[in-house]
Ligand binder design. Structure first.
Ligand SMILES: *[C@@H]1O[C@H](CO)[C@@H](O)[C@H](O)[C@H]1NC(C)=O
Ligand SMILES: *[C@@H]1O[C@H](CO)[C@@H](O)[C@H](O)[C@H]1NC(C)=O
Ligand SMILES: *[C@@H]1O[C@H](CO)[C@@H](O)[C@H](O)[C@H]1NC(C)=O
Ligand SMILES: *[C@@H]1O[C@H](CO)[C@@H](O)[C@H](O)[C@H]1NC(C)=O
Ligand SMILES: *[C@@H]1O[C@H](CO)[C@@H](O)[C@H](O)[C@H]1NC(C)=O
Length: 516
């Protein structure tokens, strides 16, 4: 995707990351320069998606050891049991713990004692360490101790290199500014003189995943795109038998995503920067996989996972009864008697729909039940999940809340993204692919110049209105951020937007009752 677009580097200031949308900052400030060579479209896309999603509430630290959610499906439960037996079977010949779930990874066959790093991906490095693994808090290292004598699988080809491996566990390897704020984690073989050092204070019977709650924290898009989806891609095959060792562990993260965290792991989270004890594991993964913007590539996972599986994981995490499939296959009433539900995201400060009340009335008159959903209102994500998953159509102006498309029902729902003037390509790049990967319908409504608040600021023949592409060409990110993202509201043309809503309403009615 990125490669066919022109490269531009000059004006992509790091300051772009700090664009405020009026709902409060909180995204981590990013220092430093952009890399000298970046793929423009990719950067543009992810940066736009990065627009600040307010850290809506700072909850006090909560213990992260919740009773895990139930597995989303009976097969999930069965697999969990299977995972356990695989694990306890460790030590039997040929029954090693599988750390790397990626097809054709150089680390897929690393065996039960060794260190292996896969640095072949453009976005992320992931390292694996298998065997008697112990933490060294002082140097933020994972040390590999030799296997005890007589252990099966002290296999000949699992040589442990002398060299120390260093990895920053985040999915934006190409973006030096943010990576500079991600701690380096070291992996190496324990030296002979360390034989008696690092006695285990805490012994875990599950491997660790070293990850970060930092990076572009405080923004929902990044929390999922660079955080939880990559974590899930990396460890879902372990079926919650993994210990999350988290860098930059913070109350916002713990308080905002408790269900997701306990859905990923049945164990306590380790605050690895502050916990000075020696933790011992049968293996560890440092870093996470990345398949694309809110994407899952089934061909890259050994168990053929899709974005729908990630949705089902979230459904399991957020729902009391855990059974996503039961919910969407038993429709309460015939479809025809029900008015489809339109969820309309209401932004504050910038990229506001100025005639929002009229748009909501329009939705009702077209035949929808309309829920106006507020961004940044402090509601817990579990209740947001319930509200969004009830929608047949989720509509909103480009911004991080549309990441909640992940909460929509696969195979049924539609996402309607309103792209303000100057950002249609970027808007599409953020959410279209994920929507179609969930077998949902993607619709984009591009605001025309006469629907933009910029008409109040610029003359009709100004290049900003006439030709946004030309206006931004060569001037880069700052202009886009300042003019088109921070400085623009829309007033939707009710005739034209009505046509779009009618189309989506007709589609919702056409869908068969029950499952997709
Ligand atoms: C393990 O085996 C090696 C030789 O194979 C021997 O030198 C060493 O003493 C043994 N260690 C223990 C703890 O038995
Ligand atoms: C390492 O061992 C595995 C089987 O355990 C084998 O398939 C692989 O070819 C070996 N690699 C090397 C480099 O010897
Ligand atoms: C992966 O899943 C897809 C969709 O469920 C299916 O069509 C495909 O055959 C599967 N591939 C493999 C290798 O299992
Ligand atoms: C807005 O501009 C579009 C063309 O871009 C035109 O079709 C439409 O009639 C205009 N609407 C108004 C209210 O002027
Ligand atoms: C957009 O709307 C909000 C809320 O009404 C307002 O505070 C803001 O000034 C508007 N922005 C522009 C550029 O008109």
């Amino acid at each position: 995707m990125a490669s066919k677009l022109p490269d531009t580097t000059k004006s992509l200031g790091a300051g772009a990351m700090d664009v405020e949308d009026g709902s409060g900052g909180g995204g981590k400030k990013v220092a430093g320069k952009w890399p000298g060579f970046v793929h423009f479209f990719f950067v543009l896309t992810v940066v736009m998606c990065a627009l600040v999603y307010a850290p809506r509430f700072l909850s006090p630290a909560v213990p992260v050891d919740f009773l895990g959610p139930r597995q989303p499906s009976p097969s999930g439960r069965a697999a969990a049991v299977q995972g356990r037996s695989v694990h306890s079977g460790r030590g039997n010949e040929g029954d090693a713990l599988v750390l790397d779930n990626q097809v054709n990874s150089p680390c897929a066959w690393m065996g039960s004692h060794g260190i292996c790093c896969d640095r072949s991906d453009y976005n992320t490095d992931v390292c694996f360490i298998a065997g008697d693994v112990r933490t060294d808090a002082a140097s933020l290292s994972l040390l590999l101790y030799p296997p005890p004598n007589g252990t099966a699988n002290a296999n000949a080809n699992a040589t442990v290199a002398e060299k120390e491996e260093v990895v920053r566990p985040y999915t934006r390897k190409w973006e030096k500014g943010v990576m500079a704020n991600i701690q380096e984690v070291r992996l190496r073989a324990a030296r002979p003189e360390e034989a008696d050092a690092h006695r285990c204070d805490v012994r875990h019977d599950a491997p660790a995943l070293v990850m970060t709650a930092g990076g572009y924290t405080g923004n929902l898009f990044h929390a999922f795109n660079d955080g939880f989806l990559p974590v899930w891609l990396t460890v879902q095959h372990l079926r919650r038998r993994v210990v999350l060792a988290v860098l930059e562990y913070n109350p916002w993260w713990a308080g905002t995503f408790p269900e997701v965290v306990s859905g990923l792991s049945r164990h306590h989270v380790i605050d690895i920067l502050h916990d000075k004890r020696t933790h011992c594991f049968p293996g560890a993964i440092v870093g996470t996989r990345f398949h694309g913007i809110l994407e899952v590539d089934p061909a890259r996972t050994r168990d053929n996972r899709t974005l729908v599986d990630f949705h089902d994981f979230l459904a399991g995490a957020y729902k009391d009864d855990g059974a996503y499939s039961e919910v969407h296959t038993t429709a309460p009433a015939p479809r025809q008697q029900r008015r489809p539900r339109l969820g309309l995201y209401s932004r504050k400060g910038t990229r506001v729909i100025e005639n929002e009340a009229a748009v909501a009335r329009l939705g009702e008159s077209v035949g929808f039940d309309v829920s106006v959903l507020e961004t940044a209102n402090g509601a817990p994500l579990s209740s947001e999940y319930a509200r969004v998953s009830a929608c047949d159509v989720l509509a909103g102006v480009h911004g991080a809340d549309l990441t909640k498309l992940l909460f929509l029902r696969p195979g049924r729902a539609a996402l309607l993204q309103v792209a303000p003037l100057g950002v249609p390509a970027v808007a599409r790049g953020c959410y279209e692919k994920a929507t179609t990967m969930m077998a949902m319908h993607y619709e984009q409504y591009d605001a025309a110049a006469n629907e933009s608040s910029l008409v109040r600021k610029y003359a009709a023949d100004d290049v900003v209105l006439r030709d946004p592409e030309a206006a931004t060409r060569g001037r880069g990110w700052d202009l886009i951020a300042r003019v088109y993202l921070s400085g623009q509201n829309v007033t939707l043309d009710l005739d034209r937007f009505g046509d779009t809503l009618r189309k989506l309403h007709a589609r919702a009615l056409r869908l068969p009752v029950g499952g997709p």
